[in-house]
Design a binder for this molecule. Sequence first.
Ligand code: AMP
Ligand code: ZN
Length: 451
Amino acid sequence: MSLVLYDTWSRSVRPFSPIQPGHVGMYCCGPTVYDHAHIGNLRTYVFEDVLRRALELNGYAVRHVVNITDVGHLTSDADEGEDKMEKGSRRTGESAWALAARYTGAFMDDWRALNLLPPTVWCRATDHIAEQIDFVAAIERAGYTYATSDGVYFDTSKQDDYGFLARLDRAGLQAGKRVALGEKRSATDFALWKFSPPGARRQMEWDSPWGRGFPGWHIECSAMSARHLGVWFDIHCGGEDHVAVHHSNEIAQTAAAHGTRLANFWMHGHFLTMDAAKMSKSSGDFVRLATLRERNVDPLAYRYLCLTAHYRSKLRFDWDALDAAQTALNRLRHLYVAWPAGGTAEPAFVERFETQINDDLNLPRALAVLWALVKSGLPPAVLKATVDRFDAVLGLGLREWQRPEQALPEDLRLLLAERDEARAQKDWAKADAIREQLLARGWQVADGKSR
Ligand code: AMP
Ligand code: ZN
């Protein structure tokens, strides 16, 4: 079965075919680096990683571009409030630049922990200021801009199909927002360039033909995707929250400057939900990978959990489901390492698996094929070779995994055995002392169920 994907633009599942044979250009909106990513953000990147792996499974060479938003994302999507970076900088006392560097590093650590493939290009908004200014100038030349006292805005009334991606009710929005419009002409208009506040110096600001200031949030993605993929490429991804504002605005910008709708396919991952406070970066109290690790949950168990739900349905987070994912992953790992190498993959199972992947990434069904294979009674070497093929898409890192006792250096293994003996003798003081010794060497002993 050839690959079909759901396209938000056409609101339909349609066959994927690339613009240039054999190649796929894919742009994914990345993090705003004023804080750690929460596990909701990370669900979207897991979906995008599986998409990329599915494209590679189908033989495409994928050029995968992910941006880092390190300027311009205001606390409100309606161009009001403060720049999240400048606000974050006040929170931590670091410069906005140091804050961006630190959280970009933390984000890359999360990326690796989830076994996400490195993108072909990481691009930072602050490294592409000239491209963004040129892009705004092109939109201006095409006649789609106007200036207010605080910036240069995109005039959405000039575009008949503005908001088509989201099937926006423009008249309804306008009626609802009339009072709060300020100098904006329409509720859907958005900033392309914001001026630094008069008399104040921002940490991040640049000269432009319109005055000193900084780019609006949406322009970076039009400008950087144009630079790294061209103005018409295959797939643009992000979380479902981006449909109504951010992606609608990216499309408006690129259509005004270059006459394309930017990407041939628009794909959106649905949200991981949790009670509101825990899932919002701005509340400061949210679940991230470090929170999972504190509870002895492996980040790859979270990846497994993400695979149990289709990317186009919401996933409600709860700790029991995560424990179940950890148990399933551990079981798979222990089976996998015990199987001998040297077999060949079983074609019927490979076909069943790939059929599910190619059906708009039906990962829950693909996992069901995996467990059916495990129970099939096929020779262990065949199981291993077949699971290897599956894991190229699932990305659970089975080949790299080692039994904890194998990964443990010999002297620590002896210490652990001594501790087990102490526990058996109910010599808790000795067991605790050895636990401390192991901890000092960076190994945490988990006696509970989620080992
Ligand atoms: P941000 O760092 O806020 O710009 O968001 C980074 C990515 O995470 C974007 O693609 C968002 O659409 C996505 N995202 C935000 N919240 C969630 C959530 N609860 N579940 C899944 N994806 C999310
Ligand atoms: Zn974007």
